[in-house]
Write a protein that binds this ligand. Structure first.
Ligand SMILES: [Zn+2]
Length: 215
């Protein structure tokens, strides 16, 4: 089973990725992890990636694609894999399909987890963290029992700058812009499945399983 998982920040992609990979016993391949691993191992590609990361620059397409292809050639991907965070744009999606087609393979299913902007904002902009002990809360879903203080250590809770509403909205706008063409691309290939991501984690996983276990 070769799967791609798509979804905006805050839709709960990471949790579902783990559940899917455990269930089907396939590797969870995220470009973030792949970058870190290759940099840590000091591989040829890793050294090149590190040059961009050090400068705070975006890793160019050709490098990202080489890293992913290199990873997909490994033995543990023979029975399938789940890609998360890749492809990031339409060009990467086309390159990936080309690479798989050369091996007589293709992506089986693309899962798009969808959550309304309002819920994403509640989830992310509602986060509060304790700067001292690291405990995290959500003003709506998991508030501290002692108001705006940490119920573990009593410190004043803060909102991370990345979690501020205007930052989240900006990230969502960028996500929507680059992901729309990917969605259209896979939709045209007939492999796109939309999943309503506002339910309970287990219910979402059940709908995903229903999709993945149907031919
Ligand atoms: Zn604390």
């Amino acid at each position: 089973m070769k799967i791609i998982l798509l979804g905006a920040p805050g839709v709960g992609k990471g949790t579902q990725a783990e559940l899917i990979c455990d269930h089907f016993n396939i590797p969870h391949i995220s470009t973030g992890k792949l970058f870190r691993l290759n940099v840590a191992e000091g591989s040829d590609l890793g050294l090149q990636v590190n040059e961009y990361i050090k400068k705070g620059k975006l890793v160019p397409d050709y490098l990202t694609i080489s890293l992913v292809e290199d990873r997909l050639n490994k033995d543990d991907c023979k029975n399938g894999f789940l890609l998360d965070g890749f492809p990031r744009d339409e060009n990467q999606a086309k390159e990936l399909e080309l690479f798989l087609n050369k091996k007589g393979e293709h992506i089986d299913k693309v899962l798009l987890i969808e959550v309304s902007e309002k819920v994403i904002l509640d989830r992310i902009a509602g986060r509060r963290v304790c700067p001292k002990c690291g405990e995290s809360y959500n003003v709506k879903y998991n508030p501290s029992k002692v108001g705006d203080k940490c119920q573990v250590c009593g410190s004043e809770l803060i909102q991370r700058s990345d979690d501020k509403e205007e930052v989240v909205l900006e990230r969502l706008a960028i996500y929507n812009k680059v992901t729309k063409p990917i969605i259209d691309y896979y939709n045209a290939l007939g492999v796109l499945y939309r999943i309503q991501g506002e339910d309970d984690i287990n219910d979402i996983f059940k709908s995903i399983l229903a999709i993945l276990e149907t031919d």
